[in-house]
Ligand binder design. Structure first.
Ligand SMILES: [Zn+2]
Length: 120
């Protein structure tokens, strides 16, 4: 069996997963009840919490944000950044404030004082 045939066989057995966001109140699983297109590449999803004690119904947004693998039939109107979040720079830790400012960085105070006291 060729690699392509294996991929196609895998696709046939693939059961699509329904995207869901857990209930923001009780953290239970939620089910997408309906969706509407807001505009090109953005949909609003109406979700219902599956917890009978909660029953929260809410709206979430689903949008296309970047390409991981380029399309074999690209639409010229679609311009998406290309990137895999598992590649490239990692996010900085929350306690990494970056390097301290240079010792000569007066935040423009020096220039403001020079302008205020400059005589013509
Ligand atoms: Zn809930």
């Amino acid at each position: 069996m060729t690699a392509l045939a294996k991929r196609q066989e895998k696709k046939r057995n693939y059961t699509p997963r329904i995207p869901a966001i857990e209930c923001p109140h009780c953290k239970s699983r939620a089910i997408v009840r309906d969706s509407t297109e807001v505009f090109f590449m953005v949909r609003e999803l109406r979700l219902s919490c599956t917890n009978d004690d909660c029953r929260h119904t809410y709206v979430a947004q689903l949008s296309v944000i970047r390409t991981i693998r380029p399309s074999d039939c690209p639409n010229p109107d679609v311009r998406l950044p290309f990137g895999n979040p598992n590649l490239g720079p990692k996010p900085k830790p929350a306690n990494d404030d970056g390097p301290p400012p240079p010792a000569n960085d007066d935040h423009g105070i020096g220039a403001a004082l020079a302008a205020a006291f400059m005589t013509t």
